[in-house]
Design a protein around this ligand. Structure first.
Ligand code: HEC
Length: 102
């Protein structure tokens, strides 16, 4: 019985930490250039989520220099960030969660 409760608590904290991580990655690496729904230096996440798939978003974060032409930009000024797989997964989920939001 006790074990079950511990397992459930661990599972819940895993779920919520995933969400938290996305926001943390955003605040650490993206916030200077992107905002969630307002235009900053880069396009807002809501606009990105409405026109891209999660895989496209991931690819852009991993290597903007390889993707900007396919995305319709003439040049890229986005920094190539050195994120690990977990951070990339978390931030991509975070960006895509703004789909349909204004
Ligand atoms: C130095 C500023 C800067 C930082 C930091 C930055 N971006 Fe960007 N980003 C831009 C700009 C400007 C663009 C527009 C195209 C370009 O210049 O590459 C862009 C474009 C993008 C695109 C493609 C937009 C489209 O048309 O679909 C995605 C996705 C993206 N950024 C996600 C992120 C995420 C996620 C982070 C943080 C992990 C991040 N960016 C950090 C400036 C930045």
């Amino acid at each position: 019985m006790n074990k079950k409760i511990i397992l459930m608590a661990a599972f819940c904290s895993l779920l919520s930490s995933n969400e938290l991580d996305g926001k943390k990655v955003f605040e650490t690496y993206c916030w200077g250039c992107h905002h969630q729904t307002a235009v900053a230096f880069g396009p807002p996440f809501a606009e990105i989520a409405n026109k891209r798939t999660k895989d496209e978003i991931k690819a852009y974060i991993i290597e903007p220099k390889a993707m900007y032409k396919a995305f319709g930009y003439k040049r890229t000024v986005m920094t190539e960030l050195k994120l690990n797989d977990q951070e990339i997964e978390a931030i991509s989920n975070y960006v895509i969660s703004y789909k349909g939001k204004k």
